[in-house]
Design a protein around this ligand. Sequence first.
Ligand SMILES: Cc1cc2nc3c(=O)[nH]c(=O)nc-3n(C[C@H](O)[C@H](O)[C@H](O)COP(=O)(O)O)c2cc1C
Length: 187
Amino acid sequence: MTRPLNVVALSGGTWRPSRTLVLTQAVLAEIATLLPIETTLIELGDIARPLGGALSRDELPADVEAQLLAIEQADLLIVAAPIYRGSYPGLLKHLFDLIGLNALVNTPVLLAATGGSERHALVLDHQLRPLFSFFQALTLPVGVYATEADFTDYQITSDLLKARIQLAAERAAPLFTAHAPSLLKIA
Ligand SMILES: Cc1cc2nc3c(=O)[nH]c(=O)nc-3n(C[C@H](O)[C@H](O)[C@H](O)COP(=O)(O)O)c2cc1C
């Protein structure tokens, strides 16, 4: 691959400030230390209202359609969700209901989530991962789950969370360097 990796990150937060957005940006930044990437960051909150009003793809406004297209064309997709009522937000599912059936086949997907507590950490593996299994996407083995306690004033202050983000990025990078070792910035 001679061009930078096209990384598309979708933060499923619907409000600002957003811990999910902060986590998404931290994952992106960590990947950028390892690989040459170009990034598109999509915030669900920015498109939530027009997205929610569209029952099919052709009802989407052009700017939201462009965001969905970006998701479909990602080399690497990062999907971060806040936990709502023991799951990922319904609007996030609605977004993926409008994604092409075969658009994410073999797309690597790095999963992340933020919740109020540790209790719903398995949403990553029990709910988000099956969604992307449906799409035949390649969910990466290491996901990142954060709780409100990992943040202070919407900044990540937990060393454990920082280490997890680093691990997720380090495990993701070799996927993209197997056929192009020169992409890797560190040995
Ligand atoms: C409507 C709603 C439902 C929530 N349900 C849960 C839940 O079931 N489990 C949990 O751990 N946290 C729950 N939370 C807390 C959020 O997941 C948590 O604060 C998250 O970090 C918010 O992300 P944000 O800052 O990006 O909005 C809920 C928050 C809201 C607003």
